[in-house]
Design a protein around this ligand. Structure first.
Ligand code: SF4
Length: 257
């Protein structure tokens, strides 16, 4: 029986795709973004976070059979159909579990449920080939348009990530590029222009901007991990609007709050 390495499932999620959704966060990621908003999903191993102030503990990481996942998420099936929602599979890097994700999407598709994969793309193209026939939509992160910055910040194979994005767009999949706006990394004018040029050359049509925030600080504390962006100021509303207008010229743009 096929199992997935699940971090946690978030029900009634409204920021991870259209309509009301359940987001299945998978555990394990092959990148190391120092600003990561979901640090508890990066390690593939189970973890328990202990929050110092309240003493609250939260555990992440459980192997779940596909039947168990479907039973859990189908409890909200009425909400998906009434809102145009569905299931988002995120992480971590869900495409590291491509074969299992493909099977889950296939089962959900048979039940008439919309599926969306949220990926950073740094996996062999064969992984996408497994999932492509069954997923309705992809959110694809562009962390940086610059190979050097990629190597110095998130790691991973820049050419593989961009190559997969090109192939995904060429395959006529429904692809929305997501750009996390990280101060000091990719939100200066030069980087943004480079991102814009790169995405236009690939034929991307829609871009979601995700401004950096520090809401994950307490998770890093509870994990006793270093958080390099603890003192980084989020971008101002004015700057976010300026950035939006840069992308507005060639793309359909949304800002995720
Ligand atoms: S790709 Fe996503 S989950 Fe992985 S480290 Fe980066 S932000 Fe975190």
């Amino acid at each position: 029986m096929t199992e997935l390495n699940v971090s946690n499932i978030q029900f009634f999620s409204t920021g991870d795709g259209p309509g009301i959704r359940s987001t299945i966060f998978l555990k394990g990621c092959n990148l190391r973004c120092p600003w990561c908003h979901n640090p508890e999903t990066v390690s593939p191993y189970p973890q328990t976070l202990v929050y110092a102030g309240s003493g609250k503990t939260v555990s992440y990481g459980i192997r779940m059979k596909i039947d168990e996942i479907i039973e859990a998420v189908m409890q909200d099936a009425d909400f998906y159909s009434s809102s145009g929602g569905g299931i988002t599979i995120s992480g971590g890097e869900p495409m590291l579990q491509a074969r299992e994700v493909a099977e889950l999407c296939k089962r959900l598709r048979e039940l008439g449920i919309h599926t969306l994969i949220d990926t950073a793309g740094g996996v062999p193209w064969e992984n996408f080939e497994e999932v492509l026939p069954y997923a309705n939509c992809f959110f694809y992160d562009l962390k940086t348009p610059d190979e050097r910055v990629c190597a110095e910040t998130v790691g991973g194979d820049f050419h593989l990530i961009i190559g997969n994005l090109k192939r995904l767009v060429s395959s006529l999949a429904d692809v929305h590029v997501r750009i996390p706006l990280i101060p000091g990394v990719n939100s200066d004018d030069d980087s943004l222009k480079k991102s814009e040029k790169l995405l236009a050359s690939i034929g991307v049509k829609t871009v979601d901007l995700l401004p950096f925030h520090r809401m994950a600080s307490s998770k890093y504390d509870a994990m006793e991990s270093t958080y390099a962006f603890r003192d980084t100021e989020p971008l101002s509303e004015k700057r976010i609007e300026e950035i939006k207008s840069i992308f507005n010229e060639n793309f359909s743009v949304t800002v995720e709050r």
